[in-house]
Design a protein around this ligand. Structure first.
Ligand SMILES: NC(=O)c1ccc[n+]([C@@H]2O[C@H](COP(=O)([O-])OP(=O)(O)OC[C@H]3O[C@@H](n4cnc5c(N)ncnc54)[C@H](O)[C@@H]3O)[C@@H](O)[C@H]2O)c1
Ligand SMILES: N[C@@H](CCC=O)C(=O)O
Length: 541
């Protein structure tokens, strides 16, 4: 069909509340029971066929109850990786020959399936497998993922519509080709929406994909793939391989047809991937596109005139929702002495009162951290803080791995602004506060800018317009997402395109036209209607 169509106007998926007696709560509770009671084989999906990886097995458990097994995956081997890349290559001609509208319809249908009949399943899988509360699952695996799929279609259509001007006798066109080869999508444990967006954004632009989810997100990834199949995704367009990714990368990163990497995860992993691509650069057919959104040490800067109640809520929600396991989580805050003295007791009481436990008990504000490795890292950070003279544990500081990987929300104060509590990403429920004297406000901004290698999110809390403007200017490169009088988390697709610079990533803004452009390689076409028939020019006469 040749008609130039309009795609549906996207709108953000409304966030449901899950209050007592609500129908969505009843559906969620039922899904939690169903999924927890039926462990599944967490298969790979290669060329549309589900099978277990060829390597060692790994149980995926509920982080808040680590004896409860949700499913078992098996490490994908190098042979599995080769099969998945071959399947992507086999599916590529048919997929890129499909019209944009046909591809877009699959993801629009996926969004509607997710917002409707699949919502409870995806939310329950995310709660059980990643230990998210109902609210945190809802904003992630239901709303943000549906938003990614709907807004990406809208932005992709805008990209395709962008065409060059044409002079007399000439027609110029831009052909938005997919990349030549496969895209390797590698996704983190903490957001089901990111796991869903990273393989599907390149696929929407006509690419075929090798997708390696995080083992600790594999449970929700498994259902996500089933949803995409139900939406009509043809076999081989997205090929899922399971496990650590190390054998997969042995093959994928050295493959001639690696055309791009769409990564979200730690800075360390992304730098490893980039380095390996650099080492193999002469071996690729085309220069691979490298898109990576990585770590953060996100700040809240509080000015003397800020509203204490707003500061308290921004810190509590910003630092401790989803156990601080958001790349955007507030992990360092800079408070003026007067306000700190007024707020301290209330803030400690609020943090110590936060409910934490199994997320299947919907009254809990927090669940467990993702796994033993994360638990050990947070425990070590808290123990070190206790043993350091310049640091005081103001709230929390407890932990237990008896039934689940629980770390109490922890508030530290430190007098050395260069200590690792202000510079290192712990990726857990630990918030470090530096108390400054009010006249030092400008010097504190300099510190925030210089003391951490990251530049992901940050916020300024103030009631003075001129202070907000000064901070926005002075901290212009310290955060890719900057908030005024809000927590630094909770970006919404289409409203606050998300991503950071410096060590936080390539800042290609997930869920925006900027990101989608990375998955096309444009061809300029010039057509001359009546070509010249003599080689000479007037000055030669
Ligand atoms: N900036 C953002 O948008 C954003 C969003 C979410 C998470 N993050 C960051 O992600 C990190 C937490 O996530 P994580 O613990 O899953 O990160 P991670 O780097 O440990 O893992 C990310 C993914 O990479 C895989 N991986 C690791 N080594 C690999 C290799 N050699 N080959 C192939 N795959 C490999 C992992 O299995 C996982 O799927 C934090 O640093 C956080 O800040 C950033
Ligand atoms: N986009 C999310 C963070 C994603 C990283 O973990 C937010 O804005 O809070």
């Amino acid at each position: 069909m040749d008609a130039v169509t309009q795609v549906p106007v996207p709108a953000n998926e409304p966030v449901l509340g899950y209050g007592p007696d609500s129908p969505e709560r009843a559906r969620l509770v039922r899904a939690l029971g169903d999924l927890a009671g039926h462990p599944v084989d967490l298969t790979m999906t290669i060329g549309g066929v589900q099978r277990m990886g060829g390597g060692g097995k790994l149980d995926v458990v509920q982080p808040h109850d680590h004896r409860a097994v949700l499913g078992t995956l098996a490490e994908a081997t190098e042979e599995d990786a080769r099969a998945a890349i071959d399947a992507a290559a086999a599916a590529a001609p048919g997929w890129r020959a499909l019209s944009f509208d046909d591809r877009a319809a699959i993801f629009l249908k996926a969004a509607d399936l997710l917002a409707g009949p699949w919502r409870a399943t995806l939310n329950a899988a995310t709660m059980l497998g990643q230990s998210k509360s109902a609210q945190q699952a809802e904003i992630d695996s239901a709303c943000e993922l549906a938003d990614f799929w709907r807004f990406n279609v809208h932005f992709a259509r805008q990209i395709l519509a962008e065409q060059p001007i044409s002079g007399p006798g000439v027609w110029n066109r831009t052909d938005h080709r997919p990349l030549e080869g496969f895209v390797y999508a590698i996704t983190p444990f903490n957001f089901t929406a990111i796991a869903g967006n990273l393989p599907t954004a390149p696929a929407l632009m006509g690419n075929t994909v090798l997708w390696k989810p995080s083992p600790t997100q594999q449970f929700s990834a498994h259902f996500l793939m089933r949803l995409l199949e139900q939406a009509g995704l043809p076999p081989g367009v997205i090929n899922v391989v399971t496990g650590s990714g190390i054998p997969v990368s042995q093959v994928a990163l050295r493959h001639r047809d690696l055309a791009g990497i769409h990564f979200t995860g730690s800075t360390r992993t992304f730098q490893h991937l980039w380095r390996t691509v650099g080492e193999n650069i002469a071996g690729y057919r085309t220069y691979p596109r490298l898109v990576g959104e990585t770590g953060g040490k996100d700040f809240v800067l509080v000015h003397a005139g800020a509203d204490p109640a707003a500061v308290k809520t921004a810190l509590t929600r910003g630092a401790f929702e989803y156990q601080g396991q958001k790349c955007s989580a507030a992990s360092r805050a800079y408070l003026p002495r007067g306000l700190w003295n007024r707020l301290r007791e209330e803030l400690i009481a609020e943090i110590d009162g936060l409910s934490m436990g199994p997320v299947t008990d919907l009254s809990n504000f927090m669940g467990a951290v993702i796994d033993r490795r994360a638990f050990d890292k947070h425990r070590a950070a808290i123990d070190r803080a206790r043993a350091t003279d310049t640091i005081t544990v103001q709230a929390g500081g407890g932990y237990s791995d008896a039934t689940g990987y629980f770390v109490r929300p922890t508030l530290l104060t430190g007098t050395d602004p260069d200590d690792e509590i202000f510079t290192t990403e712990y990726f857990g429920p630990i918030l470090s506060v530096f108390v400054y004297d009010e006249p030092d406000f400008d010097a504190v901004m300099d510190r925030i800018d210089a003391s951490s290698p990251y530049a992901l999110t940050g916020s300024i809390m103030t009631t003075e317009r001129t202070v907000a403007a000064r901070a926005a200017e002075r901290l212009r490169f310290a955060a890719g997402n900057f908030y005024i009088n809000d927590k630094p988390t909770g970006a919404v697709v289409g409203q606050q395109p998300f991503g950071g610079g410096r060590a936080s990533g390539t800042n290609d803004k997930a869920g925006s036209a900027q990101n989608l452009l990375r998955w096309t390689s444009t061809r300029s076409i010039k057509e001359t209607f009546v070509p010249p028939t003599e080689y000479g020019y007037p000055h030669m006469r």
